[in-house]
Design a binder for this molecule. Structure first.
Ligand code: DC
Length: 245
């Protein structure tokens, strides 16, 4: 990797395939910024719910789009909890955006072209203004659409059973009234996979130049070791090419 240039790592993949776990581990290890673009789509779904956009005849994106012109997202490192907090219009919504009502609606938001345009512009601005050595971004269309020039592109997959089970465990750990059953989670993940891969605009698709990680049987630690090795290889190859030139 270029030593002076900022490094962009794109992580795309299926719902609950461990993208954000891996992205956060990489960002901690390399001291890179971390952007969770799913949180941005979820925030728009949350705002839409709060504004009753999904109710009856108000389900009309033209009524809603002007609200997005003022939207503000912030990702801030939380030293105490050792993870990245997420703020929507200055309010920490990290947990609220993972609620059942948001999860059930977010795919409808993600298929609206104007919303994708607005969020893509915001994500690109984050990339341009990154203050650290680099940035790790996770989502569905980062390697293909948002930032095809990313130096490293990772595509994450995992069996539907393991993805549902891990998500089920995560929700159980968090507790609360909002809990799903395992079957409900599996159904929702399958629904979101179908929506993500079949939508007309920016569908989830593995790019030819990405590295696929199937983490059905791979722990987060092993995934991190693997990615760090790939990054080391890219760096060494760059040095070799520089010498030859
Ligand atoms: O990664 P996640 O499950 O938090 O993402 C929530 C939803 O947002 C997901 O169903 C697909 C959508 N999404 C998208 O369409 N494009 C992105 N870059 C990120 C998320």
């Amino acid at each position: 990797m270029n030593q002076n240039k900022k490094t962009i790592i794109a992580i795309d993949g299926y719902s609950s395939s461990g993208k954000s776990t891996l992205a956060q581990k990489i960002s901690k290890e390399l001291k890179f910024n971390y952007i969770d673009t799913g949180a941005m789509y979820r925030s728009v779904a949350l705002l839409a719910i709060q504004k009753n956009v999904f109710n009856s005849d108000l389900w009309n994106s033209t009524n809603f789009i002007p609200i997005l012109k003022e939207i503000n997202f912030q990702f801030k490192w939380n030293k105490i909890l050792n993870k990245t907090d997420f703020f929507l219009n200055k309010k920490n919504v990290l947990h609220e955006i993972r609620s059942k009502r948001v999860t059930n609606k977010v795919s409808l938001i993600a298929r609206i072209p104007k919303i994708r345009d607005i969020l893509t512009t915001i994500i690109k601005k984050f990339i341009r203004n990154v203050s650290n050595k680099g940035i790790v971004i996770d989502g569905r269309d980062i390697g293909n659409i948002v930032y095809p020039q990313s130096e490293l592109k990772i595509f994450m997959t995992g069996s539907i059973e393991i993805r549902s089970y891990r998500r089920f465990q995560e929700i159980q750990k968090r507790g609360g009234l909002n809990s799903y059953s395992y079957e409900e989670i599996k159904k929702n993940i399958l629904y979101r996979d179908r929506m993500d891969t079949s939508r007309k605009i920016s569908p989830l698709k593995k790019s030819l130049d990405s590295i696929e990680i199937d983490n059905t049987f791979l722990s987060p630690e092993k995934q991190l070791t693997l990615v760090l090795k790939v990054i080391e290889n890219i760096k060494n190859n760059r040095k070799k090419i520089k010498k030859i030139i």
